[in-house]
Ligand binder design. Structure first.
Ligand code: ZN
Length: 452
């Protein structure tokens, strides 16, 4: 009798956001500093425990553009870091589902804050785009992360050679919770990178992306500034940045494959009274104020966060096979966390991995200096099947092309109305495009609405 192969563990599980529906409060004005608020900054180091690739946007003023790890200098956009930190904050605060894709079917009381009913702790801290009367910009700003020094970042040896499929099953598939609830999807950390069984890759690489990752062991540094947070907000922010010993964040592409397991280490914490400037004699000080430190300790011991701690713990020896169930498997909901990780969380000091790349972080192939061209009044064609955008001039000359994940980040730059029209009609006239020319390659790097 043959033995059945062990069922793979799916790459993600679901943990419950902490507590009851998020408490909402009216947002106080940006200009009014509270008497008991705190302002300050964090210096943070980011260490890659597995290869990392990001496509996001940098926050350089006036130059909002997608940034890929193919283009040196290698920078992790602050917006990506903010999303990562906010998702932990939302889990532990708890916060609303401001990012709808994290749970398209949240229970009553957990929907995105709308402004009229006040803002949840996450929206009060990080801001909200949906607040009544316009966007509320929040009290935390996060800068782009840059290599700690020239020797701290290396190319992953497989960079440019590895192709991965970035899709994952949609909500509602068998691996998702059956009951609506304040669920949050978390990816398991696993040290080995592999193709996932259960995904039909085929041979044409349809929907696959060429990965340009930095190597495990790469180190980046960045700054977080915050203004006028109360003790509780500060404790939540502090925890969402530097997790408990042994826990890692997830960032960027290829999470189901094990990419993007990163550790955040606070190298300097600077806190001072928000209204300090108005009072004479109040100094800055390092470390958390006592009340915030106490609240942070409560979070570290909160029993409701045990599932999160078990999932976020880095286990260098974890070797269960990871994969989606086969097409014919009958799946009745996500696996139990205490079955995958039966041991309770115990704090662990992590040894940062050796830098395992070698190649310089500079662009690996082309030596040609890229130039950028801006074309106005172009025709934009969208081919959803190929995940492709093509810009042509009115006489039909091809001006540039974008493929794969670049296509989706470009589409997200368009105002909703134009994006919907493009998706429906598959073509849009009068668009401005920025094209990066590199040898024979013409890549669309930015698109904008027609000039009025
Ligand atoms: Zn909210």
């Amino acid at each position: 009798m043959s033995t059945l192969p062990a069922q793979p563990v799916p790459p993600f599980v679901f943990v419950r956001r902490r507590g009851d529906a998020p408490p909402r409060e009216m947002v106080t004005g940006w200009d009014r500093l509270t008497d008991d608020g705190w302002s300050g900054s964090y210096e943070v180091e980011l260490v890659c425990f597995t290869p990392l690739e990001i496509a996001g946007e940098t926050e350089v003023p006036g130059a909002r553009r997608p940034k890929l790890f193919t283009d040196p200098p290698i920078v992790i956009p602050g917006t990506s870091l903010k999303g990562m930190i906010r998702s932990v904050f939302e889990l532990v605060a708890p916060g609303c589902y401001a990012v709808g894709s994290r749970n398209p079917d949240p229970p009553k009381g957990w929907h995105a804050c709308s402004g009229a009913g006040g803002a949840c702790p996450a929206c009060r801290t990080f801001g909200s785009l949906k607040a009544a009367g316009g966007a509320y910009r929040g009290r935390v700003s996060i800068r782009d992360a840059r290599p700690v020094d020239e020797a701290s970042v290396a190319r992953d040896p497989d960079s440019g050679r590895r192709w991965l499929y970035f899709g994952s099953p949609k909500w509602g598939a068998g691996l998702y919770p059956k009951q609506p609830g304040p669920w949050q999807k978390l990816y398991l950390h696993h040290p080995r990178l592999e193709r996932l069984p259960g995904i039909d890759h085929g041979t044409d690489r349809q929907g696959e992306h060429q990965v340009h990752a930095v190597a495990r062991g790469s180190r980046f540094a960045f700054t977080i500034a915050f203004s006028d947070l109360d003790d509780r907000q500060l404790a939540l922010l502090d925890y969402s940045i530097e997790l408990q010993p042994g826990l890692l964040h997830r960032l960027g592409h290829g999470k189901p494959y094990g990419m993007g397991s990163v550790q955040l280490v606070v190298t300097r914490r600077h806190v001072w009274p928000a209204a300090g400037k108005l009072r004479a004699g109040t100094g800055e000080r390092d470390g958390l104020p006592p009340r915030a430190a106490e609240l942070r300790k409560d979070l570290e011991q909160a029993p409701e966060l045990e599932d999160f701690r078990r999932v976020a713990l880095w286990r260098p020896d974890f070797d269960r096979p990871i994969g989606y169930p086969g097409r014919d498997a009958r799946v009745s909901g996500p696996p139990r966390i205490d079955e995958i990780f039966p041991e309770p969380y115990a704090p662990a000091e992590l040894a940062p991995p050796e830098l395992a790349g070698g190649a310089a972080p500079a662009r690996p192939v082309a030596q040609v200096r890229p130039t950028e061209e801006i074309h106005r009044g172009t025709v934009l064609n969208y081919r959803p099947g190929q995940q492709e955008l093509e810009a042509v001039s009115t006489d039909g000359t091809r001006l540039g092309i974008a493929r794969g994940s670049r296509t989706s980040s470009l589409l997200s730059e368009l105002p909703d109305e134009l994006r919907n029209r493009l998706k429906k009609k598959k073509t849009l006239r009068g668009v401005s495009v920025t094209v990066r020319v590199e040898g024979n390659e013409k890549t669309i790097v930015a698109i904008g609405p027609p000039d009025s």
